[in-house]
Design a protein around this ligand. Structure first.
Ligand SMILES: Nc1ncnc2c1ncn2[C@@H]1O[C@H](COP(=O)(O)OP(=O)(O)OP(=O)(O)O)[C@@H](O)[C@H]1O
Ligand SMILES: [Mg+2]
Length: 243
């Protein structure tokens, strides 16, 4: 039996209230189990697309499905784990509370949530900060907690909106390693990044977005061939330059 794609966008259009056209007639299918990258300049529509997938915004028109289920269905929401671009942690909660509350929000049993929280705390090396409130964490620790929180409820699709922005070399390597492991375990990954080498290193397929439209989607090799370019950076420059 064919499993439905992790993500299926059909004619996705989002016009914000002030008239900004963030996405226009956007079609995209991401297969179950893919490691998929979204690349595009500031304001291209990447975060808007992610917000539509997570049902955080009201879309203007189109259809968004997560593993075959409409994105505004609670089931769809429960299958997605999102680490947002903006670090939005509750400043009154400790590391442990942040994770356990999130588990509760997604309907996890208390015991399971506590166990999973401790697992995440170990995986992301936050043990010594377990009882520390989030404003007292370093920037990199906040990123790690954000990722741990996104993974708490064992989502089938993990969306990472610029997870390595402002992250040091060592932590970036660590995050890469962990995200790869997740992917090997069958989790679908959707990643946005402005680091082209990151997209090239991690993603099996990449979508290039500009001005709310899909320009191309292919493997890094496929994109290089299609744009007759030597590197992904060359592809990017060629794709993004207005002609
Ligand atoms: N709440 C909002 N109201 C009005 N316009 C918005 C809102 N949120 C985003 N936009 C606009 O929609 C467009 C797409 O923004 P979006 O955040 O999706 O881009 P992005 O690709 O994530 O960019 P970045 O790489 O900078 O994160 C931009 O023109 C942005 O200013
Ligand atoms: Mg963004």
């Amino acid at each position: 039996m064919d499993s439905p794609p992790a993500l299926e966008l059909t004619g996705l259009t989002k016009h914000y209230d002030d008239g900004t056209v963030a996405l226009e007639g956007f079609d995209l299918t991401v297969p179950d189990g893919a490691f998929f990258g979204l690349l595009g300049p500031n304001g291209a529509g990447k975060t808007t697309l992610i917000s539509a997938v997570c049902n955080l915004i009201r879309i203007t028109s189109g259809d968004v499905r997560v593993f075959g289920v409409p994105a505004d269905d609670l089931l769809a929401r429960s299958w997605v784990g999102l680490a947002e671009q903006d670090i939005n942690l509750d400043r009154f909660l400790t590391v442990e509370e942040t994770l356990i509350y999130h588990g509760g929000y997604f309907g996890m049993e208390k015991r399971d949530a506590v166990e999973r929280a401790h697992e995440m705390i170990d995986v992301f090396d936050l043990r010594s900060k377990k009882d520390v409130r989030t404003p007292k964490l370093s920037g990199g620790m906040r990123r790690r907690l954000l990722l741990a929180r996104a993974l708490m409820h064992r989502p089938r699709l993990v969306i990472l909106d610029e997870p390595t922005a402002g992250v040091d070399f060592e932590l970036r390597q660590e995050l890469w390693r962990y995200i790869r492991k997740l992917h090997e375990g069958g989790t679908t990954i959707l990643l946005t990044t402005h680091y082209l080498e990151e997209a090239e290193e991690l993603c099996e397929e990449i979508a290039l977005i500009r001005g709310g439209r899909l320009l191309a989607r292919d493997s890094a090799d496929g994109l290089r061939a299609a744009y007759d370019a030597g590197s992904l950076a060359d592809v990017y420059v060629k794709a993004m330059s207005p002609t």
